[in-house]
Design a protein around this ligand. Structure first.
Ligand SMILES: [Zn+2]
Ligand SMILES: [Zn+2]
Length: 339
């Protein structure tokens, strides 16, 4: 079987290796589809702080169960599945208190441990999540990013009929917008600097789109939601400018959910956070429940992640898929790889 190792930034080596076996409690999966996300591109560019080389990437994927190891129950060969790509310790404080997404010893497949860029992949049975038979492999591969959005929306603790603003219309921003509307928000605004992304967001249910290159967010929020402004702001960029916008534009006493991965140490108006009793909360990854909610929302077509697929590549052309995702951000949302 074919396996793709990133040996250094920007260089992938394909090898023909024996099909892996599986031990007790493990499941062997025939990989069918895998998305490339922003974090993968960071690894491709050599800019990911927590990944070393060589690494086999791939963490948002789907496939078919090929066979199961001793002691595995409830999943059999032929089942269509996706996988929660987190390996956790079950011993640390967060793990013991039902928050294994922030495990002290968290390892993510494709970053700190091997991922799915191979035709067959062995994973622990408890990480395997069955999906409905009629769900496409592409949609099933996008359960993972959808679960990120679902978890973020749960952290927001939306009041019924909430009005929300999402800063950043990348895949996670658009999924967060859709998940928020599916889970209680009545109206959603989304912002970006790329019109193409805003057009997709509008088509997928955003009530208001704002190009912040041309329009100020505060004016747009007041026009759309009136004096009461937004109940929750989701920051889905991870940049100083958008984090500061969230603090500056949030209604007093409202909540900001930081979904974007923040690099460096941004300078922010923490004084306003205090003075306005803003609640700023972080969100990371997901848990099994978020995967199950994500599957339900996709199945009900309340969240439509495959509408964001802008390019498809064969596994053989994986380096081209990375190049497309890296170099043509203006025309891509999700680059998908087929096996
Ligand atoms: Zn990802
Ligand atoms: Zn742990």
């Amino acid at each position: 079987m074919l396996q793709a190792t990133m040996v250094e930034p920007g260089r992938i080596v394909f090898e023909d290796v024996p099909k892996p076996g599986m031990g007790k409690g493990q499941v062997l999966i025939r990989v069918k589809a895998c998305g490339i996300c922003g974090s993968d591109v960071h690894v491709w560019r050599g800019e990911h702080p927590f990944t070393s080389y060589p690494v086999i990437q791939g963490h948002e994927f789907s496939g078919i169960v090929e066979s199961v190891g001793e002691g595995v129950e409830g999943i059999g060969p032929g089942t269509k599945v996706t996988v929660e790509p987190s390996i956790v310790c079950s011993r640390c404080y967060p793990c013991r208190h039902g928050r294994y997404n922030i495990c002290d010893n968290l390892k993510v497949m494709g970053f700190q441990t091997d991922g799915c860029h191979r035709e067959f992949f062995t994973v622990p049975a408890e990480k395997v999540v069955p999906v409905p038979e009629e769900m496409s492999f592409e949609a099933a591969a996008m359960v993972e990013p959808t679960a990120v959005a679902v978890h973020a929306v749960k952290k927001a603790d939306l009041p019924q009929g909430a009005k929300v603003v999402v800063l950043g219309a990348g895949p996670i921003g658009i999924l967060t917008m859709q998940a928020a509307k599916a889970l209680g928000a009545s109206e959603a605004m989304i912002t970006d600097v790329v019109d193409f992304r805003l057009d997709v967001a509008r088509r997928l249910g955003a009530d208001y789109t704002v190009n912040v290159g041309r329009e100020d967010v505060l004016g747009a929020i007041s026009n759309a939601f009136g004096e009461d402004k937004a109940d929750v702001i989701f920051e889905c960029v991870g940049a100083e400018e958008t984090l500061e916008t969230a603090i500056q534009r949030a209604r007093k006493g409202s909540r900001i959910v930081v979904v974007g991965v923040v690099g460096g140490r941004p300078r922010l108006s923490v004084g306003l956070l205090q003075d306005r009793e803003l609640e700023m909360v972080g969100t990371l990854m997901y848990m099994r429940d978020d995967f199950l909610t994500a599957i339900k929302l996709i199945d009900l077509r309340k969240v439509t992640p495959t509408e964001m697929i802008t390019a498809m590549f064969k596994f053989r052309d994986l380096p081209d898929a990375y190049r497309e995702a890296d170099e043509n951000r203006g025309r891509n949302l999700k680059v998908m790889v087929e096996f």
